[in-house]
Design a binder for this molecule. Sequence first.
Ligand SMILES: Cc1cc2nc3c(=O)[nH]c(=O)nc-3n(C[C@H](O)[C@H](O)[C@H](O)COP(=O)(O)OP(=O)(O)OC[C@H]3O[C@@H](n4cnc5c(N)ncnc54)[C@H](O)[C@@H]3O)c2cc1C
Ligand code: SF4
Ligand code: SF4
Length: 415
Amino acid sequence: MKIFGANELLEDVFEKNLCIGCGACTYLCPYFRSYRGRTAILFPCNLTQGRCWAYCPKVEVDLDDLSKGFFGRSYEADPLGFHRSVKISKAGRQVSEGTFQAGGTVSALMSFALSKGYISAAALTDREGLRPVPRLVQSPDDILRCSSSKYTASPTLSALNQAINEGHNQIGVVGTPCQVLAIAQMRSNPMGDKDFSDPVSLVVGLFCTWAVDFREFDAFISERIEGSRITKVDIPPPPAEIMEVYTDNGKIEIPLDEIRELVPDIALRTTFMVGFPSDSEDKFRLLYDFCREMEFDHLGVFTYCQEEGTGAYRYGDPIPQELKEDFKRRLMELQASISSNKNKAMVGNVRDVLIEGRREGDSYPYWGRLSIQAPEVDGVVFISEGESHPGEFVPVRIEEGYPYDLVGRICSLAK
Ligand SMILES: Cc1cc2nc3c(=O)[nH]c(=O)nc-3n(C[C@H](O)[C@H](O)[C@H](O)COP(=O)(O)OP(=O)(O)OC[C@H]3O[C@@H](n4cnc5c(N)ncnc54)[C@H](O)[C@@H]3O)c2cc1C
Ligand code: SF4
Ligand code: SF4
């Protein structure tokens, strides 16, 4: 992978508004620092290659290379990553005092690793009010103090850099997927240091679909909660559709729709199964109304199929196939009109598109995807004009919107 320096990082990540404030580029040198949820460069640096670029998860990252280095296998884009098995767990009594987010497994793992000497310190995320604060901790009590999720982008990896600067060489880290990607880059010794030894002994990655900008979230919450100390923020599983904010003075509930407005370019997609043995017209109607109200950006629907070895096998397959197909058709028609309106609303916007393929001799010479279009299941953007090549991000002015796909031309304007 070609490595560049701070100037290219500013151009490719900051100026394109891609920085997620992970902290990987901070405290490597005197130049990059985090302040109240944002990362900034304090002085210009003219080195042509640097760790700031090499560790950043938002530059072009060769996932295949990383995957081969860590797992000895090509990258397979499995949403769960390579895994041996899936377990359900929660913390045991020895660590039962924390304000855990969802059972405390993460804090328990870190605590166990510290007590057994597998790690000498952990880079975690504490909170001051709503602000996530990176912490380098060395005691089980401090690990528990950092428990619970802060749903804001956090410069947690500055604590990892701090640990490395202090000479720790058995560090534990908890991070979101982008942060874990940055850690993988650090651990792959991208600068080719001769005396490199991997300073990280344990990485716990969190499932994460979005995080909000701290400053906007802080302003939003301050209007609703005055003078109370926030102790925990939670998003209970669907269909709750709320964010719960726990304070010294009780709990308040905020509809998720209001929070979503703080997340730029968020897209909601899901897939439903229709025709399950207990389905009925009334139940289908509930689902239909829910989808109409939610206005998902992308929706997939498939019909139930009785499969031997599944828990539902014993319920038989009482819904006629024609009715299952009818449920599916009605939902897909509803979604087509929702998607069509959303896609038409994008006409005139300039959006970053990842070029995925070339269509020789076609009136649309390329096709690609927006960040809100999942590969293979959602629509695509057909490019009518402009030059590019697969793998490149290009600004595209959207000119036509259809139920599934968009049409646009490559332009020179950034977003
Ligand atoms: C921004 C964010 C979004 C998430 N979105 C989802 C989701 O959509 N669906 C889902 O099932 N789970 C999501 N999670 C994961 C979930 O909230 C819990 O973290 C996870 O289930 C572990 O629970 P626990 O009780 O074992 O963690 P705990 O024992 O409570 O420990 C939580 C750990 O998370 C770390 N942490 C907290 N906030 C951050 C942060 N902003 N960045 C990096 N590390 C942090 C802390 O250092 C602590 O070690 C998200 C987490 C985060 C931070
Ligand atoms: S190139 Fe090196 S010295 Fe310059 S900002 Fe990046 S990490 Fe710091
Ligand atoms: S390393 Fe993290 S904080 Fe630094 S520019 Fe990249 S995304 Fe932003």
